[in-house]
Structure formats: structure tokens, C-alpha cells
Design a protein around this ligand. Structure first.
Ligand code: SF4
Ligand code: SF4
Length: 505
């Protein structure tokens, strides 16, 4: 087995949190049986919504395309099993905190018949980077770490940069979530296969697979597979268990000692970061022709009877997955999709599992937050901030709605990790305030962009009207000039010629 290496850069701030992961990692990944119905959200990615291409009553096969990408940062959606489309209607989704979004409802026929692959599978190293990227796009693959950025577009952007390293993120630093840990233990071959496909697409010779020190079994499994593969370009890196070392910029800093510039991307310093689950999904699609139809998710917390990791079809209702894990305990109080630090609180379990759903967390009590009191300027929030921001100042600027100062002090770099909240002795809801401020700034930017587009359209229209008017004026001028050149003698000659023509007729 290849031993993981430890030559790491230093992460600023961060917190050591109680992991809460052991309950769900006692057993292997459990495969959930096919449900009777699948509720598949049309949009499961950042960027423009996809468009449904099926109709009610239509029969679909597993893997069939049911929604096409609707823009540059959009991704296709496939039927997770065979059956009949019985509705295309709004349904509560986790992306919108339980508010409705358009979904395709498929009544499963239980046969799970798959569509014939549209393209024959070829050895990935026989395909060019463009061909691989086009195929990855067709597979509906998005970042499975939670960001759901369409993978093909991320790779396309990376290809325009001077890349040096591919980093596979197996850190999974947020408490309770263990789906990547289990995936690396049980699907190490797929993860490594995905890494090699990505390296081929990006023409890279260095890949670091980064795993936290609290996942020895994942490291062991990856190490054994790597030894078998004998690919010296892939190196395992173990990082300390500190939250939030799994943030993209923090991971780059930890592993390469390179600092992603404010407002920049890891590709600015030659790094591309992909989640280990995404790499595995790429392998399944490129090598076996299996689009992204299911995912491993952690169902856990003291509000679940049998915490576990479950592989379930996209579109399975969260309530059904919890029932599969033994159901709710009597004390269950709070449902969160995602982890306790960055997840979304839900008031219903009728939301479907989507590509982004890495965890279903049920807690027996909501975290107790003390009463908010004034800031005592202790500086603890700044000490733990992994982005080296000054949360207490940002909070003041946010309360004063001072967009200029918020930008100046790097609000847009805030990764909403929640570390500052955890340590604040005054119980100030800093992260929630930052989320609202960022949304407000984004809204203002969108509004500005809309106004700019409207102004450009207005100016273009005026320009067109003025240009048409100038052309008309020039034509009139030309006619007048021509009329001036025709004198009485020419007019008499024209009339005479006309008369002669009439006499002849
Ligand atoms: S939520 Fe933002 S400001 Fe607070 S610690 Fe995290 S990155 Fe820093
Ligand atoms: S941790 Fe809380 S009290 Fe301390 S400086 Fe930050 S905001 Fe103020």
C-alpha cells in the first residue's frame, strides 16, 4: 500500500469539531430498493434551469434524458428508473429550503429497464479532451460535494488556465457526513479511475487525493487500489481533521501552500479541485455508460433509528429514505439536508433526494442558541475565520447595509462555514447575517446588470432609429440634387420623347 504523505501548507483558523460520524459508518453502504414513485427536480445544478423534454403519460427508460440543459451553466437530467411520467408539477425541494420547484414525477414500473447507450463506450484514453468533456456534459455530472457546479463546464474553464495539479477532495470535514468516506472505502477503484480520466482530459501528471486523518479505512482502501494500479502520478495526502479544511481554497492552501487570491478560483494558482464522488460518477459514466442516477447519502443523527449510508435513486423522497433507515426516533425534532454547519433546515421530508444531497440529518433537538448580546470585541471570530476575514466588522457593515465596505472587507470571500458563530460568546448570528448580505449584494448586482442590459438595448434602438433617419435624409438630399440638375431644356426633351412614343403607339 502507498503511504499517504504529510507535507502540508497551513490552514488559517478553523475548529476541531466532534465528528458524530461513527454511527453511520458501522455498516457498509446499503442499497435502497426502487421506490414506487420518483420526484425528479428539473434543475439540480447551479446556473440556468434545465428544460423538461417529456410529456405527461410518456413512458421513459432508466437513463433516458428527461430535461435538457437550458444555458451555459446548466446540466441535463435523466430518468432514474423506467416507468410513466405522471406529472410535471411544482414540488418542495431542498435547494429552496422546502419551497416548490418544477419536478418530473415518474411512476416506476418496477422493471428498471435501461435505455440503450447513445454512444458506444470507448477507452477513455482514445478520446480527445473535447470529446471527453462533451461526454461528461451528457452524463449530467455535477460537483457532488454540494456545490453542484456542472463538471464539464468547470473542466472547460480549467483548460483555459495554466494547470499543475488535480486535487480530489475526500476531506468531508463537516460533522455527521460520511458518504465520501464510505464511497472511498467501497468504491476506491472507481474514484481512482475517475482521477485518471480527469488527468487525461486535463493533460495533467499530478493528482493528489486528499483525505482527513479520521478516515483510516478510506486511506487504506485507496492505498491498496493505488498499489495495484501502480500509477505513480497519483499521490494520497492525509490532512489534519479540522473544519473547514474541505473548502476548495482551504484544501489548495493545505496541500500546495498556494493561496487562492481574493475573489479568485483555485485554477488561478494552477489547481483544479473535484470531489471524490464526482470522480467516481465520471468513471461510471465514461467507462460503464451509467449516467448520474443515484448517489450515496448519509442518513444520520440521534433522530434516526439506524443511522447508515444509503445508495438511493435521485428522486427518492427523503421521508422514504429515513423510513428505510428505521424511521424517526420518538425524540426527532429537526430535519436538515446537509451537515449541521452548512445544511438547510426543512419543515417537510417530502423533498426528493437530489445530486447535491450528501446528508439527511435528523436531530432530537434544535441546537440551543443563547440570547444575542452586544459584541465585546473579543476577536475570537477573526481568529477562527479560515478566510482571514474580520467577521465582527463585516457584521457592523452588514447591519448598516454598507455595500462598499462589505466588498472592501471581503464579504464575497466568506464561505459561510459558520466557525465565527460557533465561537462568538455574544451569540451573534454572524453567518446568517452574511448570507442575507451576500444575497442582497447579488440581487443588487443582478438588478444593475438588468438595468445595464436595458440601457444598452435602449441605446442600440435609438442608434438604429437615428441611422435610419440619416439614411432617409441622405436619400432625400440625393433626390433634391438630382432634381436640381434637370433644367427646363431637359424637361422639354423628356416631354418630347414621351409624346413621340405615344404617337408611335
Ligand atoms: S462564516 Fe465567513 S466570516 Fe464566518 S468564519 Fe466562516 S468564512 Fe469567516
Ligand atoms: S466573537 Fe462575537 S463578540 Fe467576539 S468580536 Fe466576534 S462578534 Fe464580537
Amino acid at each position: 500500500m502507498s503511504a499517504p504523505t504529510y507535507d502540508l501548507g497551513k490552514l488559517h483558523g478553523g475548529i476541531r469539531l466532534e465528528s458524530g460520524k461513527s454511527a453511520a459508518t458501522r455498516n457498509s453502504i446499503q442499497k435502497m430498493p426502487l421506490p414506487a414513485q420518483l420526484i425528479i427536480p428539473i434543475t439540480q445544478h447551479v446556473g440556468d434551469p434545465a428544460h423538461s423534454i417529456v410529456t405527461i403519460g410518456e413512458r421513459v427508460l432508466k437513463g433516458q434524458l428527461i430535461a435538457e440543459p437550458g444555458g451555459s451553466l446548466s446540466a441535463p437530467v435523466h430518468a432514474s428508473s423506467s416507468g410513466k411520467v405522471v406529472a410535471i408539477e411544482p414540488w418542495p425541494v431542498s435547494r429552496r429550503y422546502g419551497a416548490n420547484a418544477p419536478c418530473i414525477v415518474i411512476e416506476c414500473d418496477g422493471e428498471d429497464r435501461a435505455i440503450e447507450p447513445a454512444v458506444t463506450q470507448a477507452a477513455y484514453d482514445m478520446l480527445s479532451a473535447d470529446e471527453l468533456l462533451a461526454r461528461i456534459l451528457q452524463g449530467g455530472i455535477v460537483g457532488l460535494g454540494g456545490a453542484v457546479f456542472p463538471t464539464a463546464q468547470k473542466l472547460m474553464q480549467a483548460l483555459t488556465c495554466d494547470l499543475k495539479y488535480l486535487l480530489l477532495n475526500g476531506v468531508e470535514c463537516e460533522p455527521y457526513i460520511s458518504c465520501d468516506d464510505m464511497l472511498m472505502r467501497e468504491y476506491a477503484r472507481e474514484v481512482l479511475g475517475g482521477a485518471r480520466i480527469l488527468m487525461h482530459a486535463l493533460q495533467l501528471d499530478v493528482c493528489y487525493i486528499v483525505v482527513e486523518s479520521d478516515k483510516p479505512l478510506a486511506l487504506q482502501s485507496l492505498g491498496e487500489q493505488l498499489a495495484e494500479l501502480g500509477d505513480k502520478r497519483i499521490v494520497l495526502k492525509q490532512v489534519p481533521t479540522i473544519y473547514p479544511s474541505g473548502g476548495e481554497d482551504q484544501l489548495v492552501q493545505l496541500v500546495t501552500n498556494l493561496e487562492v487570491p481574493s475573489g479568485g478560483l483555485p485554477t488561478d494558482v494552477g489547481c483544479l479541485v473535484q470531489n471524490v464522488g464526482t470522480a467516481s460518477a465520471i468513471y461510471d459514466w465514461i467507462v460503464h455508460g451509467k449516467p448520474l442516477l443515484s448517489r450515496v447519502t448519509t442518513v444520520t443523527g440521534d433522530g434516526v433509528v439506524n443511522p447508515m449510508n444509503v445508495e438511493a435513486r435521485i428522486g427518492t423522497l427523503v421521508g422514504d429514505i429515513i423510513r428505510f433507515a428505521g424511521g424517526y426516533t420518538e425524540s426527532a425534532q429537526q430535519l436538515i439536508i446537509g451537515g449541521p454547519m452548512t445544511g438547510k433546515s426543512m419543515s417537510t421530508d417530502l423533498v426528493p433526494l437530489v445530486k447535491a444531497s450528501n446528508c439527511i440529518l435528523v436531530l432530537s433537538r434544535a441546537p440551543s442558541i443563547g440570547a444575542k448580546s452586544p459584541c465585546i470585541r473579543c476577536g475570537d471570530c477573526a481568529a477562527v475565520c479560515p478566510v482571514q476575514l474580520l467577521p465582527q466588522q463585516l457584521y457592523w457593515y452588514s447591519c448598516a447595509d454598507d455595500e462598499k465596505k462589505l466588498r472592501l472587507h471581503g464579504l464575497t470571500d466568506c464561505i459561510e462555514c459558520g466557525c465565527c458563530d460557533l465561537v462568538c460568546p455574544s451569540h451573534i448570528p454572524l453567518t446568517a447575517e452574511f448570507r442575507v448580505a451576500k444575497a442582497r449584494i447579488q440581487e443588487q448586482a443582478d438588478e444593475k446588470a438588468r438595468a445595464e442590459r436595458a440601457r444598452s438595448r435602449f441605446e442600440a434602438r435609438n442608434e438604429r432609429i437615428e441611422s435610419e433617419q440619416r439614411a432617409r435624409d441622405a436619400e432625400l438630399e440625393q433626390q433634391r440634387a438630382t432634381a436640381k440638375r434637370i433644367g427646363p431644356a431637359e424637361i422639354a426633351a423628356i416631354l418630347q420623347r414621351k409624346q413621340q412614343q405615344q404617337d408611335k403607339d
